[in-house]
Design a protein around this ligand. Structure first.
Ligand SMILES: Cc1cc2nc3c(=O)[nH]c(=O)nc-3n(C[C@H](O)[C@H](O)[C@H](O)COP(=O)(O)OP(=O)(O)OC[C@H]3O[C@@H](n4cnc5c(N)ncnc54)[C@H](O)[C@@H]3O)c2cc1C
Ligand SMILES: *[C@@H]1O[C@H](CO)[C@@H](O)[C@H](O)[C@H]1NC(C)=O
Ligand SMILES: *[C@@H]1O[C@H](CO)[C@@H](O)[C@H](O)[C@H]1NC(C)=O
Ligand SMILES: *[C@@H]1O[C@H](CO)[C@@H](O)[C@H](O)[C@H]1NC(C)=O
Ligand SMILES: *[C@@H]1O[C@H](CO)[C@@H](O)[C@H](O)[C@H]1NC(C)=O
Ligand SMILES: *[C@@H]1O[C@H](CO)[C@@H](O)[C@H](O)[C@H]1NC(C)=O
Length: 556
């Protein structure tokens, strides 16, 4: 193997030659498979295409994966038709390349567009139609749609309907729904996947299947188990939920000298048990006061009702808050979407259609579940550690309500009754480079390790959409490797996900660093490639692409 690699280095010294011949083979297969005679110049982007860098960058949402050393795909496929998706799956398999599926590109570890093996990207942004049936109070939503586009489309049809999903409008439906996304209506309506009633996917053989065609096990798996282990999600059918004409938001803050500790301590028991119409997110951040770092705790709220009712409710449940009507803002549901997304009062809902491409910070996120309230002493100890670290923050998202009523096994997302709130650890920075990345991820990792005594154990749970590579990594695709992160994300549902995977993709074509493994150990990569594609020519192309990838794309 090694002499061959050296040979290839000299044969293709950092040129596009190897990826060009891969592209020729792919194009031939793709044209045949999709029975297309149309121009494919806006569907297939080889590295030599002038648009390749901008297409690649358009949905990079984490600057950590926007560097010259980030591995790049050999081809980007941006399907316009469902048959293009089928062709992309079949032809990637034939050529022995990995296929990374990208919808909104918000994966915190860039798994939808980065791989350390030769790969293609299937970018779903063109498949984003949204069709709403008000009579049935349902909608079909293309995987490439953003949450902002979905909220906007619902608002155009009705001022008293909404959908429970994430608060960041540029998040993609494909990754968010398949991973089990949540937002500020989860105490009333559960997760997005609790309101999904049908789906359309392309399986490993390129077949297009709806719920009936795929069967209940696979339909279960793609509602929280992550789509990318099982196939390509084309669209989900969702049930819209009712929202009142008037909702209420407020923000309340306390610093340490304003008894932030009491505030957070009390929040822990109120937020997960209060009325289901009330969602109170808690942010714990560091601020600088008189040149000293201190902790500020802020509550951000959505109440599905008017200010009068909210004030009465919190006078009863959280009197220490001292909430008054003048602290509250009444608005329509769509205005609350904009408020939660940090847009200024008065911004038009049209901004929800803005895909805001090609801009991102450096991010690292981690997660935990808190199952018993942390004592005041514990919180005070935690504030000291946070001030020492100086940068990472926490987001506390209360559960309870509807989340307690849905069985842990109903969908793959198992963190239901018994979890008071989910913790997100967050650190965001703007200096490029590996050293800054090491420094900042180290800070957030230390905060995560300080929390060990306060959070769920055996397993220590994690929220799958908050992808964190430190939860474990699959190198060979084995069951044993997959179990390490699988148990944290899916607890008792992991085994059923493995069963579904074994049934629908036993050769493990749909794989990534944290995918669901099939039950039997998959064969090593090279023998898998030769089994799929046989020809020595393909293996050569593969190795050549591998060599070039690691050397030649410093200019992107
Ligand atoms: C700024 C920001 C805010 C966020 N806010 C929230 C929030 O409020 N609530 C919440 O729950 N989560 C939130 N998240 C996490 C988010 O839900 C996940 O990152 C989600 O996976 C993003 O979906 P995507 O389509 O944008 O991502 P992508 O990066 O495109 O995909 C994520 C994963 O899903 C796979 N995938 C994508 N599309 C498909 C498809 N069509 N078929 C099969 N597999 C597919 C990818 O291969 C990858 O493994 C946030 C993330 C960011 C960066
Ligand atoms: C074209 O596709 C058909 C089936 O879809 C297959 O049998 C045939 O081998 C393909 N031909 C080429 C040249 O790939
Ligand atoms: C903080 O708590 C103390 C006693 O618990 C109380 O006397 C004081 O008024 C509180 N301060 C604020 C700003 O709420
Ligand atoms: C938004 O601003 C307008 C005018 O500037 C004001 O009348 C309205 O009350 C504000 N709404 C909220 C919710 O603050
Ligand atoms: C990626 O880097 C380029 C410059 O190299 C920059 O213009 C672009 O805004 C960056 N995009 C993201 C998503 O960070
Ligand atoms: C990383 O941390 C080290 C040690 O604290 C420090 O010397 C260095 O300047 C930091 N580098 C960056 C880029 O933050």
């Amino acid at each position: 193997m090694l002499p061959l690699l050296f040979l290839l280095v000299f044969k293709f010294p950092c040129s596009f030659a190897a990826s060009d011949s891969v592209y020729e083979s792919f194009l031939q297969c793709f044209t045949n498979q999709s029975s297309t005679s149309n121009q494919l110049s806006n569907v297939l982007f080889p590295q030599s295409d002038p648009s390749y860098p901008s297409v690649l960058r358009a949905y990079i949402r984490n600057a950590r994966f926007n560097s010259s050393s980030t591995p790049k795909p050999v081809i980007i496929v941006t399907p316009l038709l469902e048959s293009h998706v089928s062709a992309a799956v079949i032809c990637s398999r034939n050529l022995g390349f990995q296929l990374r599926i990208r919808s909104g590109g918000h994966d915190f570890e860039g798994i939808s567009y980065v791989s350390d093996r030769p790969f293609f990207i299937l970018d779903m942004f063109n498949l984003r139609s949204i069709s709403i049936d008000m009579e049935e109070e349902s909608a079909w939503v293309g995987a490439g749609a953003t949450l902002g586009e979905l909220y906007y489309s619902i608002w155009q049809k009705s001022k008293v309907h909404g959908f429970p999903a994430g608060v960041c409008p540029t998040v993609g439906v494909g990754g968010h729904f398949s991973g089990g996304g949540y937002g500020n209506m989860l105490r009333k309506y559960g997760l997005s996947v609790d309101n999904v009633v049908d789906a359309k996917i392309v399986d490993v053989n390129g077949r297009i299947l709806d719920r009936e065609g795929m069967g209940e096990d696979l339909f279960w798996a793609i509602r929280g188990g992550g789509g990318a282990s099982f196939g390509v999600v084309l669209a989900y059918k969702i049930k819209l939920v009712p929202v009142p004409e008037t909702v209420t938001v407020f923000r309340a803050e306390r610093t340490l000298d304003q008894n932030a500790t009491d505030f957070v301590f009390r929040w822990q028991t109120v937020a997960p048990t209060t009325d289901n119409n009330l969602f109170m997110r808690m942010l714990v951040q560091l601020i600088t006061r008189n040149k000293q770092k201190t902790v500020r705790a802020s509550i951000l709220t959505l109440y599905l009702g008017g200010a009068h009712g909210l004030v009465a409710l919190l006078q009863k449940d959280f009197p220490e808050l001292g909430l008054k009507k003048e602290n509250c803002m009444e608005m329509s549901w769509i205005e609350s979407v904009l408020w939660w997304a940090n847009f200024e009062n008065g911004t038009s809902p049209d901004v929800l259609l803005d895909r805001d491409p090609d801009d991102a910070d450096f991010l690292k996120r981690k997660s935990d579940y808190v199952q018993t309230p942390i004592s005041k002493d514990g919180l005070e100890w935690l504030w000291k550690r946070m001030i020492e670290l100086g940068k990472p923050g926490l987001v506390l998202n209360p559960y309870g309500g509807r989340m307690d009523e849905i069985k842990a096994t109903d969908t793959p997302m198992p963190h239901r009754a018994g979890n008071l709130y989910k913790l997100q650890y967050s650190i965001t920075w703007d200096e490029p480079g590996a050293e800054a990345e090491r420094n900042y991820t180290n800070l957030v990792n230390r905060l995560h390790s300080y929390m060990t005594a306060f959070v769920s154990k055996n397993p220590r749970r994690a929220f799958f959409p908050y992808r964190d590579i430190d939860n474990g990594i699959s190198k060979t695709g084995s069951y044993e490797e997959g179990k390490v992160y699988g148990i944290k994300y899916f607890t008792e549902n992991f085994e059923r996900l493995v069963d579904v995977k074994t049934a629908v993709d036993p050769a493990n074509f749909f794989r990534n660093e944290q995918s669901i493994p099939p039950r039997t150990r998959s064969t090593s990569d090279v023998s898998r490639v030769s089994k799929l594609s046989m020809s020595g020519r393909t293996i050569n192309m593969l190795l050549a692409a591998l060599v070039c990838l690691s050397l030649s794309f410093g200019d992107i």
